[in-house]
Design a protein around this ligand. Structure first.
Ligand code: ATP
Length: 586
């Protein structure tokens, strides 16, 4: 029941049509058993010789009504269940995707995308099946025997009792097996999700895996997961099937006990033929319905795990959003005693710095020192656990993510392109932009030459992930996007590391154009690219250990000097990333 309540709560609407459908299905079931009682009544009349033609006509009409009722109630009940359930599931799916829109972006770093996709497709489908098919069957399957058992009690309570006496034992045995089945089912779902995640990783990373001869390791992990899925499936079949078999056996044992009781009552001469015939016919119908319910119950319970996973997804905390959005004074960014950790241990602590509006701040430091984490905090992928980050004097939490993302543009190393045309991909930050504006942005980002060489120019479909473009082309396209969007603040993760020197020069020029007049915070792996930054923050083990401009930091002779000397020793000449920007010259 809690599963159904969860789904209704998440969907935010009551499925009244499903309720009506279930009611109609129950009536249809009742219409299928009622003729037996009518036949019993007729037999009583025959034996007693008491019925006139009016009674027989009434009986005939009632039988006809049962037949028509069964057809109509069954048809309309099914339609109501389908329509109501699909409407409900539409709201449920919308609520899930809406929630994902609101969780911090960092959530997607912590989860395997394959697992998430499996939850959103397979689990939602299972929940949908419950509402469209199972729930009506289960409720009708339980309520109809219940109603008819009450009638049978009225006809002969001794026979009814003997029919049902084995049911509690069957239920207890079934519950015992179910305990194991549910625990194993949870583990099995975990394995299946793990397999989905690994498969997505395998397929999306197959190029790297093959180039580094690492397919075997990945395949071994996959095979291990498949073997554990096989073991789990066998266990579930054995215990789940065993539980249902025991319940079925106990339900069928009810027939044996009915026979014994009937024999004894015949001997005692306290059972008439009509009543016995009624029990023989109706008890089969009741037992059939109970056996069906037993099979559905197992499915229902397994499906409740899917619902639990989806409810857990809905319970993921969303970013605190304010209803009264404050307006920042300018584009000054400020970290005030900020600390943050992904788990318990802080990854960055006591971070305190200001990026004046229109200036360039570079973050440098050894690998793992927390540079990307600072950029992610600025983009509100996560909220800090201590301290605050302000934009133009306004706490990012009071600004709201929509307002923040209107002002901030990101250029990451891994550029995400979508399955649309070049035009669509550049326009993503400003959908209303004219074709001319898109072309101007592409020109400034040094994209025009390669776009014009594509067979359909700006209308060329890029394919999922933008696979048709080289790394450098993708970078420049992402810069064109930002130029079109024209945010006041640009967050850059040094984007030139993986491309050849020619492409680097193009990207650097495009970035310099993007940085003009904007507030820029950039991560730099190669120090030569940030020589002219207004401020350089040197990060080590999550703390700012040095700060200043390039010359001051060199003179300080600390970590920055060491990193510079190390890189200088191996360096090839590189242009500074943002040569045209104001900054102290060396
Ligand atoms: P690099 O220069 O290698 O990219 P970085 O200085 O940008 O490193 P971060 O990526 O910020 O460093 O990582 C800082 C620490 O936080 C590292 O120890 C890293 O393992 C950890 N970390 C980063 N992202 C996550 C995450 N999503 N979940 C858990 N820990 C993380």
């Amino acid at each position: 029941m809690s599963m159904l309540e969860d789904v209704v709560r998440i969907a935010g609407r009551q499925p009244y049509r499903v309720y009506r459908g279930i009611g109609l299905r129950v009536l249809a079931q009742a219409c299928s058993i009622a003729p037996f009682f009518l036949a019993w009544l007729g037999l009583q009349w025959v034996l007693a010789g008491s019925a006139g033609s009016a009674e027989w006509w009434g009986l005939g009409l009632a039988l006809g009504a049962c037949l028509i009722g069964q057809l109509l109630f069954s048809h309309f009940g099914q339609m109501d269940c389908f329509i109501g359930a699909y409407d409900l599931m539409m709201s449920y799916r919308a609520a899930l995707t809406d929630h994902l829109r609101l969780v911090p972006l960092g959530f997607f770093h912590q989860r395997r995308i394959g697992e998430l996709a499996a939850t959103l497709t397979d689990d939602v489908k299972r929940v949908e099946d419950v509402f469209t098919h199972l729930i009506a069957e289960v409720i009708a399957g339980i309520s109809v025997p219940l109603i008819f058992c009450l009638l049978l009690v009225w006809v002969d309570w001794r026979l009814t009792l003997s029919l049902l006496v084995t049911l509690p034992l069957g239920w207890a045995l079934y519950q015992g097996c179910m305990g194991y089945l549910l625990r194993e089912g949870t583990r099995q779902s975990g394995r299946l999700q793990m397999a989905s995640g690994l498969l997505v990783e395998f397929v999306s990373g197959i190029r790297t895996l093959r180039l580094f001869h690492r397919c075997d390791g990945m395949l071994a992990r996959l095979e291990e997961t498949f073997a554990s899925i096989r073991r789990g499936s066998l266990g579930i079949e054995a215990w789940g099937g065993g539980g249902v078999q025991l319940l079925r056996l106990m339900i069928e044992m009810g027939l044996v006990s009915l026979l014994l009781m009937a024999a004894w009552l015949f001997v005692e001469q306290s059972l008439d033929v009509a009543t016995w015939l009624l029990f023989v016919l109706v008890s089969y119908k009741i037992i059939d319905a109970l056996l069906e319910v037993a099979a559905y119950l197992t499915q229902l319970r397994m499906m409740s795990q899917s619902s639990a996973r989806l409810s857990a997804l809905m319970a993921e905390p969303i970013l605190a959003e304010t209803t009264e959005v404050a307006v920042p004074e300018d584009s000054t960014l400020r970290f005030e005693q900020v600390s943050f950790g992904y788990a318990r241990e802080p990854v960055v602590q006591g971070i305190d710095f200001t990026v004046p509006a229109g200036s360039v701040t570079a973050i440098v430091g050894p690998s793992g020192s927390g540079k990307s984490t600072l950029l992610h905090l600025l983009g509100r992928f996560y909220d800090p656990q201590q301290g605050q980050i302000t934009l133009g004097g306004v706490d990012l939490k009071a600004l709201g993510t929509d307002a923040l993302y209107q002002q901030v543009g990101f250029v990451f190393q891994d550029v995400q392109l979508f399955d649309g045309s070049v035009l669509d991909n550049v326009r993503i930050g400003r959908p209303e932009a004219s074709v001319e504006a898109v072309r101007a942005a592409c020109r400034e980002a040094h994209c025009e030459a390669f776009i014009e060489q594509l067979e359909q120019g700006y209308d060329t479909p890029l394919g999922e992930g933008g696979l048709r473009l080289s790394g450098g082309e993708r970078q420049r396209l992402s810069i064109a996007r930002m130029l079109l969007k024209a945010p006041r603040i640009v967050l850059l993760d040094e984007a030139t590391a993986s491309v050849d020197p020619c492409a680097q020069a193009d990207i650097q020029q495009a970035l310099s154009r993007l940085a003009e007049g904007r507030t820029v915070v950039m991560i730099a792996h190669r120090l030569r690219t940030v020589e002219y930054a207004d401020q350089i923050l040197v990060l080590d083990q999550g703390r700012i250990v040095e700060r200043g401009n390039h010359r001051q930091l060199l003179e300080l002779g600390g970590l920055y000097r060491r990193l510079w000397d190390e890189q200088d020793a191996q360096a090839m000449p590189l242009a500074p990333l943002i040569p045209g920007l104001p900054g102290e010259q060396p």
